[in-house]
Design a protein around this ligand. Structure first.
Ligand SMILES: Cc1ncc(COP(=O)(O)O)c(C=O)c1O
Length: 392
């Protein structure tokens, strides 16, 4: 009897039962291999190799030297919110009220706020499959139902109005998360498609959340912001990728005017405010765009090396490499077990990549994601190592 009661004290909630990132297994295996003295080319983790802009680091150092780092307003330092609004003017020709900008703890913090603000437990929210796993895991933890929608080449692996409406008619959807450029596919939606999709969804009363974390890293064509298309869409963005600030944990949202106070109340209660030092650095990051454009040109060169080199190495089937810093390769010619393939490629070729099963529970066993945010020399080395390995 006592034992049962004690067990209950330590039983985690059902909704906390979300899967871990499988890539962690690959990372652990890579670390072990490196500890044994072997060389590993890291293409498994989705983050830039470059540091934050020098302007951002200098601003943070100045703030630290001053001493006190206090809380800020829940929605963020007003001058940072105004600077983010100016970024919309400069990048998308959109006059944005800074009052609609909310600073968040990375885009990850933005998702929690957005889902809490928009959805009730039990609400059905559509996501592209393959897609970024935390979308579905955060929704699950909040008691919502992630609805995975199969995507294919006819839409560049993006959600289409037709499949979403078919699903909605079958069983009503309350929301949709769209992402362009997307992770893991690296594919993008063209502006007119995005515009039509949002119009169709909103006409049905389906709430739209647009994850724009990879904006700025678009190579095939320019990415359009949902904020330019609709005043009701909720946009999520971050300093993590274009501005190389993953560890600073800072992002932002563009919130429909009527939801600003809701987000303010939620953030005030959940976090009080976003780390102040990161906010100061983020504001100064906008002055480091030139430096970040050089980093972006490096990704473009890496993209060229991989799209030309991987087919010669034997991996000749991959999705369009439009943006972000990912290439999603079909490995079905070699294996139907992407975890095993990733492990063998790591051990035998010294190249670490992420198995597709992290992103796609249905077909991910046939895919590997390569992150090309490293150096050009690493890309050449990876192509050579994979080529040698696949030919043995
Ligand atoms: C598509 C996508 N959205 C959101 C995130 C979360 O990023 P952060 O919380 O660092 O802004 C990532 C990180 O890899 C991502 O790939």
């Amino acid at each position: 009897m006592m034992l049962e009661a004690a067990k209950r004290l330590l039983t985690p909630s059902r909704r906390s039962n979300v899967p871990p990132f499988i890539v962690m297994d690959v990372m652990a295996a890579a670390a072990l291999k490196e500890a044994q003295g072997a060389r590993v080319v890291h293409m498994e983790v989705g983050q830039p190799a470059a540091p934050a802009p020098r302007t951002a680091i200098a601003a943070a150092q100045r703030a630290l030297a001053k001493g006190r780092i206090g809380y800020t307003e829940s929605l963020g330092i007003p001058s940072l919110r105004a600077r983010i609004a100016r970024h919309y003017e400069h990048t998308y020709d959109l006059a944005l009220d800074p009052g609609r900008v909310a600073v968040t703890t990375g885009s990850s913090g933005g998702f929690i706020l957005a889902f809490l603000a928009l959805f009730e437990p039990g609400d059905r929210v559509a996501l592209a499959n393959p897609g970024y796993p935390p979308y579905r895991h955060i929704l699950t933890a909040l008691g919502c139902e992630p609805v995975l929608i199969k995507t294919g080449p006819e839409t560049r692996w993006a959600l289409s109005a037709k499949v979403l409406l078919d699903e909605h008619r079958r069983n009503a959807l309350q929301g949709v998360v769209i992402a362009s450029p997307a992770n893991p596919t690296g594919t993008m939606m063209e502006a007119d498609l995005l515009t039509r999709l949002i119009a169709v969804l909103e006409a049905e009363g389906i709430k739209v959340i647009s994850d724009e974390i990879y904006h700025g890293l678009d190579y095939a064509f320019a990415a359009e912001t949902a904020a330019n298309v609709s005043q009701r869409a909720l946009v999520i963005n971050s300093f993590s990728k274009y501005f190389c600030m993953t560890g600073w944990r800072i992002g932002w949202m563009v919130v429909p005017e009527s939801l600003v106070r809701t987000i303010d109340r939620l953030q005030g209660n959940l976090a009080i405010s976003v780390p102040t030092l990161a906010q100061v650095a983020a504001e100064a990051a906008f002055d480091g765009r030139e430096e970040m454009e050089t980093v972006k040109h490096g990704y473009e060169e890496n993209r060229r090396i991989l799209t030309e080199g991987l087919p010669k190495a034997g991996l000749d089937k991959f999705l369009p490499v439009d943006g972000a810093f990912y290439l999603y390769a079909d490995i079905s010619r070699f294996s139907d077990d992407s975890l095993d393939f990733a492990k063998r490629m790591l051990i035998e070729a010294g190249v670490a990549a992420t198995p597709g099963i992290d992103f796609d529970p249905v077909n991910g066993h046939n895919f590997l994601r390569f992150c090309y945010a490293g150096s050009a020399a690493e890309m050449h080395e990876a192509v050579e190592r994979i080529g040698g390995w696949l030919k043995c």
